[in-house]
Design a binder for this molecule. Structure first.
Ligand code: ASP
Length: 346
Protein backbone atom coordinates (compact mmCIF):
# COMPACT_ATOMS: atom_id res chain seq x y z
CA UNK A 1 0.00 0.00 0.00
CA UNK A 2 2.75 2.40 1.01
CA UNK A 3 4.73 1.45 -2.09
CA UNK A 4 1.83 2.13 -4.49
CA UNK A 5 1.20 5.51 -2.85
CA UNK A 6 4.84 6.39 -3.39
CA UNK A 7 4.66 5.33 -7.05
CA UNK A 8 1.55 7.48 -7.50
CA UNK A 9 3.26 10.51 -5.94
CA UNK A 10 6.33 9.99 -8.14
CA UNK A 11 4.16 9.78 -11.31
CA UNK A 12 2.38 13.01 -10.38
CA UNK A 13 5.76 14.68 -9.90
CA UNK A 14 6.97 13.41 -13.30
CA UNK A 15 3.81 14.60 -15.08
CA UNK A 16 4.10 18.03 -13.46
CA UNK A 17 7.73 18.54 -14.44
CA UNK A 18 7.01 17.44 -18.04
CA UNK A 19 4.18 19.99 -18.29
CA UNK A 20 6.54 22.74 -17.08
CA UNK A 21 9.19 21.85 -19.62
CA UNK A 22 6.79 21.95 -22.53
CA UNK A 23 5.40 25.37 -21.55
CA UNK A 24 8.94 26.76 -21.33
CA UNK A 25 9.62 25.44 -24.82
CA UNK A 26 6.69 27.42 -26.16
CA UNK A 27 8.30 30.76 -25.22
CA UNK A 28 9.14 32.57 -28.49
CA UNK A 29 12.86 32.46 -29.19
CA UNK A 30 13.17 36.13 -30.17
CA UNK A 31 11.80 37.26 -26.81
CA UNK A 32 14.04 34.89 -24.92
CA UNK A 33 17.21 36.54 -26.21
CA UNK A 34 17.63 39.80 -24.34
CA UNK A 35 20.86 41.59 -25.29
CA UNK A 36 20.77 43.91 -22.29
CA UNK A 37 22.22 46.45 -24.64
CA UNK A 38 20.12 49.37 -25.77
CA UNK A 39 20.91 52.24 -28.08
CA UNK A 40 19.45 54.83 -30.38
CA UNK A 41 20.55 57.08 -33.24
CA UNK A 42 18.61 59.96 -34.78
CA UNK A 43 19.13 62.21 -37.78
CA UNK A 44 17.64 65.52 -38.84
CA UNK A 45 18.75 65.42 -42.46
CA UNK A 46 21.96 65.62 -44.47
CA UNK A 47 23.11 68.24 -46.97
CA UNK A 48 25.15 71.38 -47.43
CA UNK A 49 25.18 72.23 -43.76
CA UNK A 50 28.15 74.53 -43.18
CA UNK A 51 29.26 76.25 -40.01
CA UNK A 52 29.74 79.52 -41.90
CA UNK A 53 26.01 79.52 -42.80
CA UNK A 54 24.92 78.88 -39.22
CA UNK A 55 24.40 81.36 -36.38
CA UNK A 56 25.39 80.22 -32.87
CA UNK A 57 21.74 80.63 -31.81
CA UNK A 58 20.42 78.40 -34.60
CA UNK A 59 23.10 75.80 -33.93
CA UNK A 60 22.14 75.77 -30.25
CA UNK A 61 18.47 75.33 -31.19
CA UNK A 62 19.25 72.36 -33.43
CA UNK A 63 21.40 70.76 -30.77
CA UNK A 64 18.80 71.28 -28.04
CA UNK A 65 16.05 69.67 -30.13
CA UNK A 66 18.26 66.74 -31.14
CA UNK A 67 19.15 66.23 -27.48
CA UNK A 68 15.53 66.40 -26.35
CA UNK A 69 14.52 63.81 -28.96
CA UNK A 70 17.45 61.49 -28.16
CA UNK A 71 16.70 61.69 -24.41
CA UNK A 72 13.05 60.84 -25.00
CA UNK A 73 13.94 57.73 -27.01
CA UNK A 74 16.55 56.61 -24.50
CA UNK A 75 14.13 57.02 -21.59
CA UNK A 76 11.63 54.73 -23.32
CA UNK A 77 14.29 52.07 -23.97
CA UNK A 78 15.73 52.37 -20.48
CA UNK A 79 12.27 51.78 -18.98
CA UNK A 80 11.93 48.57 -20.98
CA UNK A 81 9.83 50.08 -23.78
CA UNK A 82 9.96 48.70 -27.32
CA UNK A 83 12.26 50.02 -30.02
CA UNK A 84 9.13 50.76 -32.09
CA UNK A 85 7.75 53.04 -29.36
CA UNK A 86 11.14 54.73 -28.99
CA UNK A 87 11.36 55.36 -32.75
CA UNK A 88 7.80 56.70 -33.01
CA UNK A 89 7.98 58.98 -29.94
CA UNK A 90 11.42 60.32 -30.82
CA UNK A 91 10.30 61.15 -34.34
CA UNK A 92 7.23 62.97 -32.95
CA UNK A 93 9.57 65.48 -31.29
CA UNK A 94 11.40 66.07 -34.56
CA UNK A 95 8.16 66.21 -36.59
CA UNK A 96 6.69 68.75 -34.17
CA UNK A 97 9.75 71.02 -34.41
CA UNK A 98 9.73 73.60 -37.25
CA UNK A 99 13.51 73.17 -37.58
CA UNK A 100 13.28 69.95 -39.56
CA UNK A 101 11.79 69.01 -42.90
CA UNK A 102 9.15 66.69 -41.45
CA UNK A 103 5.70 67.38 -39.99
CA UNK A 104 5.64 71.07 -38.95
CA UNK A 105 8.39 72.75 -40.98
CA UNK A 106 8.13 70.40 -43.97
CA UNK A 107 9.24 71.82 -47.32
CA UNK A 108 6.73 72.98 -49.94
CA UNK A 109 6.00 71.13 -53.16
CA UNK A 110 5.70 73.10 -56.41
CA UNK A 111 1.89 73.20 -55.96
CA UNK A 112 2.32 75.15 -52.70
CA UNK A 113 1.34 72.16 -50.54
CA UNK A 114 3.29 70.16 -47.98
CA UNK A 115 3.22 66.52 -49.08
CA UNK A 116 4.59 64.27 -46.37
CA UNK A 117 6.11 60.77 -46.55
CA UNK A 118 6.99 58.40 -43.68
CA UNK A 119 7.78 54.76 -42.97
CA UNK A 120 8.53 52.46 -40.07
CA UNK A 121 9.83 48.89 -39.81
CA UNK A 122 10.19 46.29 -37.07
CA UNK A 123 13.27 44.05 -37.15
CA UNK A 124 11.77 41.10 -35.28
CA UNK A 125 8.90 40.40 -37.70
CA UNK A 126 10.05 42.35 -40.79
CA UNK A 127 6.65 44.05 -40.63
CA UNK A 128 6.57 47.51 -42.14
CA UNK A 129 4.20 50.39 -42.82
CA UNK A 130 4.39 53.63 -44.78
CA UNK A 131 2.40 56.62 -46.03
CA UNK A 132 3.20 58.88 -48.98
CA UNK A 133 1.96 62.29 -50.07
CA UNK A 134 -0.23 62.99 -47.04
CA UNK A 135 -1.15 66.62 -46.43
CA UNK A 136 -3.14 66.80 -43.19
CA UNK A 137 -1.70 64.34 -40.69
CA UNK A 138 0.17 65.94 -37.79
CA UNK A 139 2.48 62.98 -37.28
CA UNK A 140 2.95 60.89 -40.43
CA UNK A 141 5.22 58.41 -38.59
CA UNK A 142 2.21 57.33 -36.50
CA UNK A 143 0.18 56.85 -39.67
CA UNK A 144 2.97 54.60 -40.97
CA UNK A 145 2.81 52.57 -37.77
CA UNK A 146 -0.98 52.23 -38.03
CA UNK A 147 -0.58 50.97 -41.60
CA UNK A 148 1.90 48.39 -40.32
CA UNK A 149 -0.17 47.25 -37.36
CA UNK A 150 -3.79 47.72 -38.41
CA UNK A 151 -3.90 47.13 -42.15
CA UNK A 152 -2.92 44.30 -44.44
CA UNK A 153 -0.84 46.69 -46.56
CA UNK A 154 2.60 48.24 -46.41
CA UNK A 155 2.26 51.56 -48.26
CA UNK A 156 -0.79 53.82 -48.50
CA UNK A 157 -0.76 57.07 -50.46
CA UNK A 158 -2.44 60.49 -50.44
CA UNK A 159 -6.20 60.70 -49.82
CA UNK A 160 -6.63 57.04 -49.01
CA UNK A 161 -3.80 57.17 -46.48
CA UNK A 162 -5.33 60.29 -44.91
CA UNK A 163 -8.76 58.63 -44.64
CA UNK A 164 -7.24 55.48 -43.13
CA UNK A 165 -5.23 57.47 -40.55
CA UNK A 166 -8.26 59.57 -39.60
CA UNK A 167 -10.34 56.42 -39.16
CA UNK A 168 -7.56 55.10 -36.90
CA UNK A 169 -8.06 58.14 -34.67
CA UNK A 170 -4.84 59.97 -35.56
CA UNK A 171 -4.71 63.76 -35.32
CA UNK A 172 -5.80 65.54 -38.49
CA UNK A 173 -4.71 69.18 -38.84
CA UNK A 174 -5.51 72.07 -41.15
CA UNK A 175 -2.94 72.16 -43.96
CA UNK A 176 -1.87 75.63 -42.70
CA UNK A 177 -0.39 73.91 -39.65
CA UNK A 178 2.64 72.96 -41.74
CA UNK A 179 3.34 76.49 -42.97
CA UNK A 180 6.66 78.08 -42.01
CA UNK A 181 7.94 81.33 -43.50
CA UNK A 182 11.42 79.91 -44.02
CA UNK A 183 10.26 76.95 -46.09
CA UNK A 184 7.83 79.09 -48.07
CA UNK A 185 10.65 81.47 -49.03
CA UNK A 186 12.75 78.46 -50.05
CA UNK A 187 10.00 77.46 -52.48
CA UNK A 188 9.93 80.97 -54.00
CA UNK A 189 13.70 80.90 -54.42
CA UNK A 190 13.55 77.41 -55.88
CA UNK A 191 10.89 78.50 -58.38
CA UNK A 192 13.04 81.44 -59.50
CA UNK A 193 15.97 79.10 -60.10
CA UNK A 194 13.76 76.45 -61.66
CA UNK A 195 14.48 76.11 -65.37
CA UNK A 196 11.73 73.56 -65.84
CA UNK A 197 13.88 70.98 -64.13
CA UNK A 198 12.76 68.91 -61.21
CA UNK A 199 13.97 70.54 -58.00
CA UNK A 200 16.16 67.67 -56.96
CA UNK A 201 18.52 67.88 -59.93
CA UNK A 202 18.97 71.63 -59.83
CA UNK A 203 22.25 72.31 -58.00
CA UNK A 204 20.79 75.55 -56.67
CA UNK A 205 18.15 73.62 -54.77
CA UNK A 206 20.63 71.18 -53.31
CA UNK A 207 21.13 73.65 -50.51
CA UNK A 208 17.51 73.45 -49.54
CA UNK A 209 16.79 69.77 -49.43
CA UNK A 210 18.09 68.73 -46.04
CA UNK A 211 16.02 68.20 -42.93
CA UNK A 212 14.35 64.79 -43.19
CA UNK A 213 14.24 63.07 -39.79
CA UNK A 214 14.82 59.47 -38.76
CA UNK A 215 15.45 57.23 -35.78
CA UNK A 216 16.81 53.71 -35.27
CA UNK A 217 16.73 51.86 -31.96
CA UNK A 218 17.58 48.62 -30.16
CA UNK A 219 15.51 47.63 -27.12
CA UNK A 220 16.18 45.40 -24.13
CA UNK A 221 14.58 42.41 -25.87
CA UNK A 222 17.08 42.62 -28.72
CA UNK A 223 14.51 44.05 -31.13
CA UNK A 224 15.52 46.62 -33.72
CA UNK A 225 13.28 49.25 -35.33
CA UNK A 226 13.75 52.07 -37.83
CA UNK A 227 11.60 55.02 -38.92
CA UNK A 228 11.89 57.98 -41.30
CA UNK A 229 9.66 61.04 -41.87
CA UNK A 230 9.98 63.87 -44.39
CA UNK A 231 8.44 66.61 -46.48
CA UNK A 232 10.59 65.40 -49.37
CA UNK A 233 12.24 67.97 -51.61
CA UNK A 234 11.44 71.65 -52.10
CA UNK A 235 9.57 72.38 -55.35
CA UNK A 236 8.88 68.68 -56.04
CA UNK A 237 6.33 68.16 -58.79
CA UNK A 238 3.75 65.67 -59.98
CA UNK A 239 3.28 64.14 -56.53
CA UNK A 240 6.88 63.00 -56.54
CA UNK A 241 7.60 60.46 -53.81
CA UNK A 242 11.12 60.03 -52.45
CA UNK A 243 12.93 57.22 -50.68
CA UNK A 244 11.67 57.95 -47.18
CA UNK A 245 8.46 55.86 -47.43
CA UNK A 246 10.15 53.14 -49.48
CA UNK A 247 11.08 50.11 -47.39
CA UNK A 248 14.59 49.02 -48.32
CA UNK A 249 15.58 52.49 -49.55
CA UNK A 250 14.70 55.02 -46.81
CA UNK A 251 14.06 52.60 -43.97
CA UNK A 252 14.96 49.01 -43.12
CA UNK A 253 15.19 46.86 -39.97
CA UNK A 254 16.07 43.21 -39.44
CA UNK A 255 16.97 41.72 -36.05
CA UNK A 256 19.56 39.53 -37.79
CA UNK A 257 21.54 42.56 -38.98
CA UNK A 258 20.65 46.20 -38.33
CA UNK A 259 18.15 49.06 -38.49
CA UNK A 260 18.76 51.92 -40.96
CA UNK A 261 17.18 55.31 -41.73
CA UNK A 262 18.33 57.34 -44.76
CA UNK A 263 18.40 60.99 -45.75
CA UNK A 264 19.55 62.62 -48.96
CA UNK A 265 18.73 62.71 -52.64
CA UNK A 266 15.89 60.19 -52.61
CA UNK A 267 16.00 59.09 -56.23
CA UNK A 268 19.52 57.72 -55.75
CA UNK A 269 18.62 56.05 -52.46
CA UNK A 270 15.76 54.23 -54.19
CA UNK A 271 17.95 53.10 -57.10
CA UNK A 272 20.74 51.93 -54.77
CA UNK A 273 18.29 50.27 -52.31
CA UNK A 274 20.51 51.88 -49.68
CA UNK A 275 18.97 50.74 -46.40
CA UNK A 276 18.47 47.13 -47.50
CA UNK A 277 21.87 46.98 -49.15
CA UNK A 278 23.60 47.78 -45.86
CA UNK A 279 21.66 44.99 -44.14
CA UNK A 280 22.35 42.59 -47.04
CA UNK A 281 26.10 43.26 -46.93
CA UNK A 282 26.09 42.33 -43.27
CA UNK A 283 23.97 39.24 -43.84
CA UNK A 284 25.60 37.83 -46.96
CA UNK A 285 29.13 39.26 -46.90
CA UNK A 286 29.59 39.24 -43.16
CA UNK A 287 30.66 42.89 -43.08
CA UNK A 288 30.38 44.87 -39.86
CA UNK A 289 27.74 47.62 -39.75
CA UNK A 290 30.42 50.32 -40.07
CA UNK A 291 32.04 48.59 -43.07
CA UNK A 292 28.70 48.03 -44.82
CA UNK A 293 27.59 51.65 -44.25
CA UNK A 294 30.89 53.01 -45.59
CA UNK A 295 30.75 50.78 -48.66
CA UNK A 296 27.22 51.87 -49.58
CA UNK A 297 27.41 55.60 -48.76
CA UNK A 298 31.02 56.44 -49.66
CA UNK A 299 31.39 54.14 -52.67
CA UNK A 300 28.20 52.79 -54.23
CA UNK A 301 25.96 55.85 -53.67
CA UNK A 302 28.73 58.38 -54.29
CA UNK A 303 29.79 56.71 -57.54
CA UNK A 304 26.21 56.94 -58.77
CA UNK A 305 26.23 60.67 -57.95
CA UNK A 306 23.94 60.43 -54.94
CA UNK A 307 24.48 62.56 -51.85
CA UNK A 308 23.22 61.97 -48.35
CA UNK A 309 23.73 59.70 -45.41
CA UNK A 310 22.30 57.13 -43.04
CA UNK A 311 22.08 56.38 -39.36
CA UNK A 312 22.09 52.77 -38.20
CA UNK A 313 22.35 50.46 -35.22
CA UNK A 314 23.13 46.75 -35.26
CA UNK A 315 21.79 43.90 -33.17
CA UNK A 316 24.67 44.30 -30.68
CA UNK A 317 24.07 48.01 -30.18
CA UNK A 318 26.87 49.40 -32.38
CA UNK A 319 25.95 52.91 -33.53
CA UNK A 320 26.79 54.42 -36.92
CA UNK A 321 26.24 57.74 -38.72
CA UNK A 322 27.72 57.78 -42.23
CA UNK A 323 27.29 60.60 -44.78
CA UNK A 324 28.97 61.90 -47.93
CA UNK A 325 27.64 65.48 -47.60
CA UNK A 326 29.28 68.38 -45.72
CA UNK A 327 26.98 67.75 -42.77
CA UNK A 328 24.20 65.72 -41.19
CA UNK A 329 22.22 66.65 -38.08
CA UNK A 330 22.57 63.65 -35.80
CA UNK A 331 22.64 62.33 -32.24
CA UNK A 332 23.65 58.98 -30.79
CA UNK A 333 22.84 57.51 -27.39
CA UNK A 334 24.77 54.50 -26.20
CA UNK A 335 23.62 51.95 -23.64
CA UNK A 336 24.89 54.06 -20.73
CA UNK A 337 22.84 57.03 -21.91
CA UNK A 338 25.79 59.07 -23.17
CA UNK A 339 24.54 61.41 -25.89
CA UNK A 340 26.84 62.50 -28.73
CA UNK A 341 25.52 65.25 -31.00
CA UNK A 342 26.99 66.23 -34.38
CA UNK A 343 26.13 68.57 -37.24
CA UNK A 344 29.19 69.00 -39.46
CA UNK A 345 31.74 66.57 -40.80
CA UNK A 346 33.94 66.51 -37.71
N1 ASP B 1 15.37 61.66 -48.85
C1 ASP B 1 14.37 62.70 -48.90
C2 ASP B 1 13.66 62.62 -50.21
O1 ASP B 1 14.31 62.43 -51.22
C3 ASP B 1 14.92 64.06 -48.71
C4 ASP B 1 15.93 64.23 -47.62
O2 ASP B 1 16.30 63.28 -46.96
O3 ASP B 1 16.37 65.35 -47.39
O4 ASP B 1 12.48 62.83 -50.24
Amino acid sequence: MKKSALILLFSIFLLHSCANTSSEEKTPKADAKPTNSIGLVIHGGAGTILKKNMTPELEAEYKATLEKAAKKGYEILQNGGSSLDAVEQTIHILENSPLFNAGKGAVFANNGKNELDASIMEGKTLNAGAVAGVTNLKNPISAARKVMENSSHVLLARKGAEEFAAAQGLEVVDTNYFFTEKRFKSLQRAKQGDKDKAAYIDPYIKDYKHGTVGCVALDKNGNLAAGTSTGGMTNKKWNRIGDSPIIGAGTYANNKTCAVSSTGHGEYFIRAAVAYDISAMMEYKNLSLQEAAKEVIQKKLKNMGGDGGIIAIDAKGNLVAEFNTPGMYRAMVDEKGTITIGIYNE
